[in-house]
Design a protein around this ligand. Sequence first.
Ligand SMILES: NC(=O)c1ccc[n+]([C@@H]2O[C@H](COP(=O)([O-])OP(=O)(O)OC[C@H]3O[C@@H](n4cnc5c(N)ncnc54)[C@H](OP(=O)(O)O)[C@@H]3O)[C@@H](O)[C@H]2O)c1
Length: 314
Amino acid sequence: MTDRYHVSRRQAAKILGGAVAGSLLPISASRLWGANETSTMITRAVPSSGEKVPVIGLGTWQTFDVGSGASERAPLELVLSELVKLGGRVIDSSPMYGRSEEVIGDLAAKLGLQGKLFLATKVWTSGRQAGIDSMERSFTRFKTKRIDLMQVHNLVDVTTHLQTMREWKAAGRFRYIGVTHYNDSAFPEVEKVLRSEKLDFLQINYSLVEPEADQRILPLAQERGVAMMINRPFGGGDLFRRVRSKPLPEWAAEFDCHSWAQFLLKWILGHAAVTCVIPATADPEHLRDNAMAGTGRLPDLKTRQRMAEYVAKL
Ligand SMILES: NC(=O)c1ccc[n+]([C@@H]2O[C@H](COP(=O)([O-])OP(=O)(O)OC[C@H]3O[C@@H](n4cnc5c(N)ncnc54)[C@H](OP(=O)(O)O)[C@@H]3O)[C@@H](O)[C@H]2O)c1
């Protein structure tokens, strides 16, 4: 069975060049589609637990900040159901993203996905009590008793919130805790927190336009056993403006890459310290495109260098 947003075994094989071939990097993969549909979404282990998470997740900044009207919600419902159908599970939000948490909670309930998603959100305020109030609201909006990952958004009042988050993790309300940032200028501060605090996850920006994290942050996270969630994989969308009208190099097919979105995401996933990446989209076709980046072969070090050089010249 196929429909507009569903890739059959035959289509997947065609897209992947006839086979889900052996990766150029050591990766783990699991079969995640139904009986008649087969593909693989690569998974990677969270270092602090060994739990495997799918490498392609979903960001929700701007895209999920919508009202309750059917026309606004329908594409997002499809985006979320496609994510899960294609083997994804991780979804990232924040109280900073307007109605995003509430929309995720409503759609997860409607689609019967409660307990099946990996829910990540953030605390973005100052002061212990304000943090507690904010995190309680996240539980209510998600309609859940347990949040998979709570993160301190942009390191705001980081020491205060990490203390509460540790207590709530011990009580079983959070499974993992972490911190986030989106700007290279904060990397010295991020590095300090990474060295001094015990974190499960770090979420930061990393892409072909913002590659600075591979200098110090990614190796340090690897050394400290911290999972890396990557935000702004398309530079907030800017990267598409640069590459969109240019040809995808033919050699991209050598690592099962068939679109610019997959090129940009596979470059990120080619770094072994990366656990998962969370591109945002409100378009089901884009979601499907992005999900395919989490299948097949990934570029090795030499190929990643070639990819960076190719994009730099565009
Ligand atoms: N401080 C923080 O904690 C922080 C900061 C920034 C981001 N984040 C998280 O990271 C997520 C991702 O970052 P981001 O939203 O800033 O930017 P992004 O994921 O780099 O880019 C999103 C843009 O790319 C477009 N897009 C997505 N897939 C596409 C495809 N296959 N083809 C063409 N266009 C595509 C989207 O438009 P369409 O809707 O049209 O697809 C959207 O305009 C956020 O949503 C948020 O969850 C966290």
